[in-house]
Design a protein around this ligand. Structure first.
Ligand code: SF4
Length: 123
């Protein structure tokens, strides 16, 4: 018989920030503390396949600032965040750049693009 596994997390789906308790008993999950169904789905996904949106900056040449803010077009598996950051650390683009422009297409073969978060003009 499997032991009951318990974990406490905060739901980040909405600003309420419910404190969730997840109990895993064999293949069954029990979720406590959620005020809605989205918290239930979030808790199970967080335990089985955690993902995060990635926001960071990349180097940019010939622009007013030396760094361009970028974001992922969707959530990335949590274990790929550091490998993705490593790629973006080596990345350098040339101004001008438009907000939403794809900077890295399908990073780490995930199908998730890294896109510019703002315009950056040529100076
Ligand atoms: S459980 Fe529902 S109400 Fe609570 S933080 Fe998550 S989404 Fe918001």
């Amino acid at each position: 018989m499997d032991a009951v596994f318990t974990k406490e997390i905060t739901c980040t789906v909405c600003p309420v920030g419910c404190k969730l308790t997840i109990e895993k008993d064999g293949d069954a999950y029990r979720i406590f503390g959620n005020q809605c169904k989205r918290g239930h789905s979030y808790a199970i996904e967080e335990l089985t396949h955690p993902t995060r949106m990635l926001t960071t900056t990349v180097a940019i040449r010939h622009a007013l600032h030396s760094r361009l803010p970028v974001h992922s077009s969707g959530p990335l598996p949590k274990e790929l965040l550091f490998p993705a950051m490593k790629i973006l650390k080596e990345c350098c683009v040339n101004a001008p750049v438009r907000c939403g422009q794809v900077i890295v297409r399908g990073i780490l073969k995930t199908g998730v693009d890294i896109c510019a978060s703002r315009d950056m003009e040529l100076v």
